[in-house]
Design a protein around this ligand. Structure first.
Ligand code: HEM
Length: 370
């Protein structure tokens, strides 16, 4: 199965091996299925010597590493990553305990063109299903969180194409609203995902049990964030809709820290569109040229479609901040910062920015005659 079995066919990124998720999930290039099944018990017992021994035993030699293609290298990183996060949870820097891991992580990062540690993609989309699923705890809440995050990837892959198309268009073009409507459909998976999380993952379980596994680890002197949902690249939709030229320092800085954890095609998308003219800016300019009391029908349709996508983003963010506030409540939390390195205040800031843009666009559609 590929992600393209799940989203629209004929997309520009089709040849990318990172989307061959069935192949990556099936791969077990380090023979890790057996050893990783014991990780939840090792974590429960805080058995650091067993975790260190498992990491050392799974490390591939240079010849094996050199034989890996992209999909097997991604699977190998996924499997080593589970041990990195586990060791860190027990207060051990994994690469200080097992220095031989450093060149392997660097080589796997190079071969996959990604950071030299596991990311949210490894932990969710590329994690096998069923009995082979890798987990830190083996608990139902962890399985449900992985499931929730998995749900958003087909939609986000598809938004890369609809957003690229949007960035090429002007709001007078009927295709502008069409690209926005497709984007709204894809991004609605974020709302389903957070609803699934709220229904099945308790904030206390997240805060006390799971969150400690998502700490940063040090690889050759650089700190890399854990495989947490904060790295889900919803930013690529923000970028095209408003952030490219209407950002604000707090979110811009968070986004700059998040981009390195994205897939190469998504990083390229960021490089191509950062600083470009956003959809909200294009629409505002187009509308400022029109008579105040009437808009050409295609422009009015573009404005309504843009407001709809922003509303979907706002709905996700409003529900997401609800569970984040509970998990980071003073009475519950073990950490002040989220696993993406930012506090809940960042979520408020991003929600406000999303809402401000939606209000601005909605006002244009509320004009008489529009
Ligand atoms: C118990 C569940 C969750 C909690 C407690 C939580 C908490 C947080 C926190 C505190 C942040 C701020 C950045 C940081 O982590 O450093 C964040 C960011 C983020 N989270 Fe979550 N999260 C949860 C589940 C999810 C799920 C299921 C998704 C969807 C796939 C998600 C998507 C995001 C995104 C996209 C951001 C970046 C900020 C934004 O775009 O609004 N989170 N999360």
């Amino acid at each position: 199965m590929t992600l393209y079995d799940l989203v629209a066919p004929g997309l520009a990124q089709k040849g990318d091996p990172r989307y061959r998720i069935g192949e990556i999930r099936d791969a077990d290039p380090l023979g890790a299925d057996g050893p990783l099944a014991d990780v939840p018990a090792m974590n429960r017992d805080a058995d650091v010597p067993a975790l260190v021994a498992a990491l050392r035993a799974l490390l591939p030699g240079p010849d094996l590493t050199a034989s890996f293609g992209v999909t097997t290298a991604l699977a190998a990183m996924r499997d080593l990553g589970l041990l990195l996060g586990s060791l860190k949870r027990h207060g051990v820097e994994p690469c200080a305990a097992v220095p031989e891991a450093v060149p392997v992580l660097q080589e796997l990062g190079r071969r996959t063109d990604m950071v030299p540690r596991d990311t949210v993609h490894h932990y969710t989309a590329w994690n096998p299903l069923g009995a082979r699923m890798r987990g830190y705890t083996g608990e139902e809440g962890e399985r449900r969180l992985i499931e929730s995050v998995r749900m958003v990837f087909p939609g986000l892959v598809a938004t890369l194409d609809s957003c690229a198309e949007l960035a090429r268009l002007e709001p007078y073009d009927p295709a502008f609203a069409d690209a926005l409507d497709r984007t709204a459909g894809h991004v609605s998976a974020m709302v389903d995902s957070i609803d699934h999380t709220v229904a099945h993952v308790s904030p206390v379980f997240f805060a006390r049990t799971l969150r400690p596994y998502f700490e940063s680890v040090d690889v050759a002197g650089t700190s890399y964030l854990g495989p947490a949902a904060a790295q889900v690249p919803l930013w690529l939709v923000d970028l095209t809709l408003w952030q490219s030229d209407r950002g604000a320092p707090g979110y811009d800085a968070f986004l700059a820290d998040s981009v390195p954890y994205a897939l190469p095609a998504w990083r390229a998308f960021h490089a191509a569109h950062a600083g470009g003219t956003s959809a909200v800016s294009k629409l505002s300019t187009a509308i400022s040229w029109e008579a105040v009391d009437s808009l050409p029908p295609d422009l009015a349709r573009s404005a309504a479609a843009l407001a709809r996508v922003l509303r979907v983003l706002k709905t996700f963010r409003a529900r997401h901040i609800g569970i984040a506030r509970k998990a980071y409540d003073e009475e519950v939390r073990l950490y002040e910062q989220g696993s993406g390195g930012a506090p809940v205040a960042l979520l408020r800031h991003v929600l406000d920015l999303t809402r401000d843009n939606e209000t601005l666009v909605r006002r244009t559609t509320d004009r008489p005659g529009s």
